[in-house]
Design a protein around this ligand. Structure first.
Ligand code: NAD
Ligand code: UDP
Ligand code: UDP
Length: 343
């Protein structure tokens, strides 16, 4: 898809209609909310490399300018410090709406703010999309399935979510964000896309964000014991970030609203993950058991047949391939050197 520009002003005439006289073809102008975060910054890299113009809005709650330093000075890149809970006026062709803390430690830190970000933030971005006729993509989550009673989880499953628990600000927040997205689509003909993202890891994750992969990797590098919560038999499926970004872009450019599960079906118990981390970083790393957190889902694994069929997408990077790439990044940020400790 291409957008069109008239006298420097940016229209939203990219829906495939005739190009009015005097308009010249140009690359898309794309808004990435939460673009200073882990996933968002990798998405921005791909969009900039593709030749698009990218505006990032981020309040830097969990994101970092460092993730985007390499685009500073590029005329096709803009970074705005802004909280999506507040309205904003921009002219764009597409919106990737990522702004929301993703780690349980971060989203539980200020649960009311998490709800506001998911509800008011998503409403504002949908209002913006409506005003300018932009296509809108929501990054929802596998957490909408809660502690799932169906395994693996297909998009048709409605989930098993505690509405009053400590994770609800995120789970129910994202469920409401999905509802808003579908109501703008049905009621106002907005072009929307919904991705349900499963656990994703890779370079630029916050080092101390409390998520299991970042915890284990940082702990192994620092020669601290790996903290396994509960009995370690709960499962997750870990997706490398480049696979996710490819899936998000295919979803945005494709013809299907979704929701689509985007995740890697390779399922690991936390003890198995600890073993992969030991094999990758330090075979002598110790394991320390800790009490599990409240409402922790027992298992999670995406059924990705819908994304395979309709988006032609599936992950290509296994955990054993992806983990060393993340380890290199963590080692540099923790120790500030380039020494390769991976085996
Ligand atoms: P992240 O915390 O690294 O990035 C989130 C970004 O949003 C940060 O830059 C943060 O500063 C920004 N942000 C948060 N609240 C904001 C607000 N009110 N206004 C403006 N900016 C705000 O997390 P991530 O892993 O990159 O996740 C990105 C998106 O993907 C999130 O919506 C998350 O729910 C979703 N997701 C991620 C995963 C995963 O495993 N990484 C899994 C499921 C869903
Ligand atoms: N909004 C925004 N930027 C825009 C257009 C709308 O932030 O360019 C916000 C607006 O302030 C409102 C929300 O999006 O809070 C929903 O807008 P919509 O027009 O759908 O609803 P209304 O303003 O009629 O309630
Ligand atoms: N977990 C763990 N050790 C840690 C951090 C997390 O065993 O140091 C477990 C946690 O209890 C959960 C799983 O790892 O069962 C995934 O947790 P994470 O916070 O990464 O993501 P979630 O899928 O729960 O959002």
């Amino acid at each position: 898809r291409v957008g069109y520009e008239l006298n420097g002003g940016f229209g939203h005439l990219s829906a495939g209609g005739k190009i009015p006289l005097g308009l010249k073809s140009k690359s898309l102008r794309i808004l990435v909310t939460g673009g200073a975060g882990f996933v968002g910054s990798h998405l921005v890299d791909r969009l900039i490399n593709r030749g698009d113009s990218v505006i990032v809005i981020d309040n830097f709650f969990t994101g970092r300018k460092e993730n985007l330093f390499h685009h500073f000075g590029n005329p096709r890149f803009e970074l705005i410090r802004h909280d999506v809970v507040e309205p904003i006026l921009l002219e764009v062709d597409q919106i990737y709406h990522l702004a929301c803390p993703a780690s349980p430690v971060h989203y539980k830190f200020n649960p009311v703010k998490t709800i506001k970000t998911n509800v008011m933030g998503t409403l504002n971005m949908l209002g913006l999309a409506k005003r300018v006729g932009a296509r809108f993509l929501l990054t929802s989550t596998s957490e909408v399935y809660g502690d799932p009673l169906q395994h693996p989880q297909a998009e048709t499953y409605w989930g098993n979510v505690n509405p009053i628990g400590v994770r609800s600000c995120y789970d129910e927040g994202k469920r409401t964000a999905e509802t808003l997205t579908m109501d703008y689509h049905r009621g106002l003909n907005l072009e929307v896309r919904i991705a349900r993202i499963f656990n994703t890891y890779g370079p630029r994750m916050c080092i101390d964000d409390g998520r299991v992969v970042s915890n284990f990797v940082a702990q192994a590098l620092r020669k601290e014991p790996l903290t396994v919560y509960g009995d370690g038999k709960q499962t997750r499926s870990f997706q490398y970030v480049s696979d996710l970004v490819e899936g998000l872009m295919r979803l945005m450019e494709g013809d299907h609203v979704g929701p689509f599960n985007l995740g890697n079906p390779g399922e690991f118990t936390m003890l198995e993950l600890a073993k992969v981390v030991q094999d990758t970083i330090d075979p002598n790393a110790q394991i320390e058991f800790r009490p599990n957190t409240e409402d922790d889902p027992h298992k999670r694994k995406p059924d990705i047949s819908k994304a395979q069929r309709l988006l032609g997408w599936q992950p290509t990077v296994s955990l054993r391939e992806g983990l060393p790439r993340m380890v290199n990044d963590f080692r540099q940020r923790i120790f500030g050197d380039d020494k390769d400790l991976t085996v």
